[in-house]
Design a protein around this ligand. Structure first.
Ligand code: ZN
Length: 317
């Protein structure tokens, strides 16, 4: 079966864009690899943080919608994003997050992996998870986080759902996941190899209300596909399963198809290429506002409407 290869990126809703940069670059030590605008709402930034090269699977992206109310966790939403770090790195992170006044939850073990939950400044739930799984990862030299402890990519996501069976069947029969068992309230699914970067954990909450998007919510999770041919093949399967995928949308750095899984969470398929260096020198990724070609004619108006943003590279650690 033509397959999804793992998580491509996770896009969330943030508050103030400068606070978002200061946290993800200045505290979490990720690289701002692309500074662009929401292609459907060019008055809002679209900020992309990743490893030094912007590998697919390492990428957290944000729409900073400052005036939106806070989101509310509920069914049909991704409620947590897990980030992979090397074995032993949580010791550094406990101290580092503490020094920066970041609220941290109880360290614990989940599915045999050491985990440290915490929140970003706008309420997004994140968890650092130690894993020895191999990752495509290039450390960021100018990061305030030492290379050995840097975030190596997105480990997995957690969903709340009203009906586990409906989402579970969609994950396994349509998207190619395997059911990997249960621990407490969480049911784990994984892609071939069940490795870091392709994990989904679902908690069934039949009586819970529907979640709502807002500041601090995950907006969507994008899954990696090799190319447009594979993307169209999976799109067909999604449609045959009764969901309603969009057509292929050119996001310039990748090509996308969006759909909702049966519980209502928004998913995307995104091609591995062409990638973030298609329109910028890899040495200076993220330092200038990049627009897709069809928005270039409006650059002056778009730049004038956006709030100023200090370069991530100069944020103090
Ligand atoms: Zn996306």
């Amino acid at each position: 079966m033509t397959g999804i290869k793992g998580i491509h990126h996770v896009t969330s809703i943030a508050g103030d864009p400068q606070e978002n940069v200061d946290f993800y670059v200045g505290v979490l030590g990720m690289r701002l690899v692309k500074r662009s605008v929401n292609q459907d709402d060019p008055g809002t930034y679209h900020l992309f943080y990743a490893d030094a090269e912007g590998h697919p699977g390492s990428d957290l992206t944000f729409f900073p919608w400052r005036h939106m109310p806070a989101g509310q966790d509920g069914v049909g939403l991704t409620v947590e994003v897990a980030l992979a770090v090397a074995p032993g790195a949580l010791e550094f992170w406990s101290a580092h997050l503490g020094q920066h006044g970041v609220p941290v939850g109880e360290p614990h073990v989940r599915f045999g992996e050491k985990a440290l939950p915490f929140g970003d400044p706008h309420g997004l739930s994140l968890t650092l998870v130690e894993t020895a799984d191999r990752r495509d990862f290039t450390p960021w030299r100018r990061s305030p986080v030492p290379e050995a402890s840097q975030i190596r990519g997105i480990h997995g996501i957690r969903l709340w759902e009203r009906n586990l069976a409906a989402t579970g069947e969609f994950l396994t029969r349509v998207l190619g996941f395997a059911a990997l068992g249960r621990e407490g309230a969480w049911h784990r699914f994984g892609l071939a190899g069940a490795a870091s970067g392709g994990l989904v954990e679902v908690r069934e909450l039949p009586a819970e209300r529907r979640g709502t998007w807002g500041v601090g919510s995950v907006h969507h999770v994008a899954w990696r596909v090799t190319d447009e041919r594979d993307e169209l093949a999976i799109r067909e399967r999604v449609q045959a399963a009764g969901q309603r995928p969009t057509g292929v949308i050119d996001r310039f750095w990748f090509k996308s198809v969006y759909f909702k899984e049966p519980g209502g969470a928004l998913f995307e398929l995104a091609t591995d290429g062409p990638g973030f260096s298609v329109d910028e020198d890899p040495a200076t990724l993220g330092e200038h506002l990049v627009l897709p070609p069809w928005l270039e004619p409006d650059r002056r108006a778009i730049e004038a409407a956006l709030p100023p943003l200090r370069s991530g590279a100069s944020v103090p650690g």
